[in-house]
Design a protein around this ligand. Structure first.
Ligand code: C2E
Ligand code: CA
Ligand code: CA
Ligand code: CA
Length: 282
């Protein structure tokens, strides 16, 4: 048994070393990626629930992609956590903010813009007190007005240091930024507590949306969330809408906006430009 234990130990040590090395390698590669513009934003549309997918989107969410020259497309779930740990998330996050604003400005000047662009923020970005200033500079540079930029933060990020978060979020609000709570329902905070934050939008996590049809208690949670959110003056966006049945349920429970593969997958800016242009001229 002792021998077995030692073997396990060696195995774990080797596995840990391999993981640490892989992380270090990724950290190096992330720095190169920033310098070499290997990142790209894809955009996923949001639609007013009543409007349906043939309408013009009421907003888009920017989702980052990494085109690795050897390893191909790397999903954010794989590299964002590494970027957070090694302190590169600020630089990557700044890049994403600037790129989303630049792209939105181009759509605006071509008069094919969705009403709003949403960008995801990580914990580190929110913790930096200079964030509102930098966001203000970007909005000015690209000519974004009130209501045109939305920032998404997760519950856990907002609740980690609520007092500091409130101050930063209030300064962002003063710039006319819309604030959304992402992945709502996966954390442990109550809506009443969240409402102390100056937020306008709740994004219901796709875990709940996915189970609406099969799990009566998830359906109940969704319905109750909409009622409470509306009574607090919040708009609700359902994430991960994949089926007509989900759409019908969400519509009948007065969910404000829908986002998901049923209505549109994340796609590069050029894809949407073509799509919106051809609709506009039709
Ligand atoms: P998220 O903010 O919750 O984004 C929604 C994720 O769900 C996206 O995955 C999107 O592609 C996926 N999705 C959308 N509709 C559906 C659907 O109908 N079904 C299913 N199964 N999935 C759907 P993605 O693009 O891989 O992004 C994963 C996460 O990475 C995001 O989750 C967000 O937390 C993070 N992320 C993405 N871009 C950025 C960024 O620029 N900065 C930061 N800090 N995080 C980002
Ligand atoms: Ca998001
Ligand atoms: Ca989400
Ligand atoms: Ca998520």
């Amino acid at each position: 048994a002792k021998e077995q234990g030692r073997n396990n130990m060696q195995y774990f040590t080797a596995a840990l070393n391999a993981a640490a090395e892989e992380r270090l390698a990724m950290e190096r590669e992330l720095r190169v990626a920033l310098d070499d513009s290997q990142f790209e934003l894809h955009y996923q549309p949001q639609f007013a629930t009543a409007a349906g997918a043939t309408a013009h989107p009421c907003g888009v969410e920017a989702l980052i992609r990494w085109h690795h020259p050897q390893r191909g497309l790397i999903a954010p779930a794989r590299f964002i956590p590494v970027a957070e740990e090694c302190g590169l998330i600020e630089a990557i996050g700044d890049w994403a903010l600037n790129e989303a604003c630049r792209c939105f400005a181009a759509w605006k000047s071509a008069a094919i813009n969705p009403a709003r662009v949403a960008v995801n923020l990580s914990a580190h970005q929110l913790r930096n007190p200079s964030l509102p200033e930098r966001v203000g500079t970007l909005m000015e540079r690209h000519g974004l007005g009130a209501g045109e930029l939305e920032l998404e933060i997760t519950e856990s990020v907002a609740m980690a240091d609520p007092a500091a978060a409130v101050e930063t979020l209030e300064r962002l609000r003063a710039l006319g930024v819309t604030l959304a709570i992402d992945d709502f329902g996966t954390g442990y905070s109550s809506l009443a507590y969240l409402k102390r934050l100056p937020i306008q939008v709740l994004k219901l996590d796709r875990e709940f949306v996915g189970d609406i049809e099969s799990d009566p208690s998830d359906a109940q949670i969704c319905a109750a969330t909409f009622t409470l959110a509306h009574s607090l003056g919040l708009e609700v966006v359902a994430e991960g809408v994949e089926t007509e049945a989900q759409r019908a349920f969400l519509a009948s429970h007065r969910c404000d906006k829908l986002q998901g593969y049923l209505l549109g997958r994340p796609q590069p800016a050029e894809y949407w430009e073509k799509c919106w242009r051809s609709k506009a001229s039709a």
